[in-house]
Design a protein around this ligand. Structure first.
Ligand SMILES: [Zn+2]
Length: 246
């Protein structure tokens, strides 16, 4: 799972780098952004290559961001956590996929303040499809279809309603349009109660970390803080600590 997770993490780096630019995530093969040096196979091994190259391109010796190995390591850790929590089951794979999607959304939102529909909408669809699979056998999905559908609706509404109210009062947007689709995605995968917990956690994490960030920078936050990374944190935590109220 760790090896598989690291390999997926390597792909998530490519998606996060290329999707906002609108280029294909498959072609052309990876190249150094500074000098265009084609990344060879041995330079493309997750985590290890970055360490072996000491974080520098082999051709131009330009810095390679430590974010690449960090994302690969995080994707590996998330997969291992899913395996430890769900065992050797279909659910462990589904949970891993869910966490990887949250990770790539957090990265893209951090970089661009956008949560692409090309990820959120298929993500919601996948959650509902797995819910339908759960109707065949309850161990085949994280939540059954009725919970997935209700979770997606509640996730969407949890951000849409306050955003509407905020706009009525302040005449500008509080949340980005992608946030509600990302929370709908969390609801589609985890159900109606977990999505409420995820939202509450995301708001708390955003208030605490956003406040710290502003204190460190010693100035008012002028630009919008991306909410996606906090939704990802909330959505990941409630996967492992599910409310068992029903
Ligand atoms: Zn280079």
């Amino acid at each position: 799972m760790a090896l598989f997770g690291a390999m997926v993490g390597s792909f998530l780096n490519v998606v996060a780098y290329r999707m906002p630019a609108g280029t294909s995530v498959v072609l052309p093969p990876s190249a150094c952004p500074a000098c265009g040096h084609r990344i060879r196979a041995w330079e493309n091994i997750p985590i290890l290559s970055w360490i072996a190259l000491r974080g520098r391109c082999s051709a131009c010796h330009g810095d390679i961001s430590p974010r690449y190995p960090a994302v690969e390591a995080l994707a590996a850790v998330l997969a291992v956590l899913a395996y430890l929590h769900f065992g050797w089951t279909l659910r462990a794979l589904e949970a891993s996929a869910y966490l990887w999607v949250l990770l790539v959304l957090a990265l893209i939102d951090w970089d661009t303040r956008l949560l692409p529909n090309r990820i959120t909408l298929p993500g919601i669809g996948a959650g509902l499809a797995l819910g339908a699979l759960g109707l065949l056998h309850r161990d085949w999905s994280l939540v059954p279809l009725p919970h997935a559908a209700l979770g997606a609706l509640i996730g969407y509404a949890l951000i849409w309603i306050p955003d509407r109210l905020y706009r009525l009062v302040r005449h500008r947007r509080g949340f980005g349009g992608g946030d509600r689709k990302m929370l709908a995605l969390i609801g589609a995968w985890l159900g109606p109660l977990a999505v409420c917990d995820a939202f509450a956690l995301a708001v708390c994490a955003g208030a605490i970390l956003g406040g710290l960030w502003a204190a460190i920078r010693r100035r008012q936050i002028q630009s919008a803080i991306p909410f996606g990374p906090f939704l990802a944190i909330g959505g990941a935590v409630v996967l492992f600590f599910r409310p068992r109220w029903f």
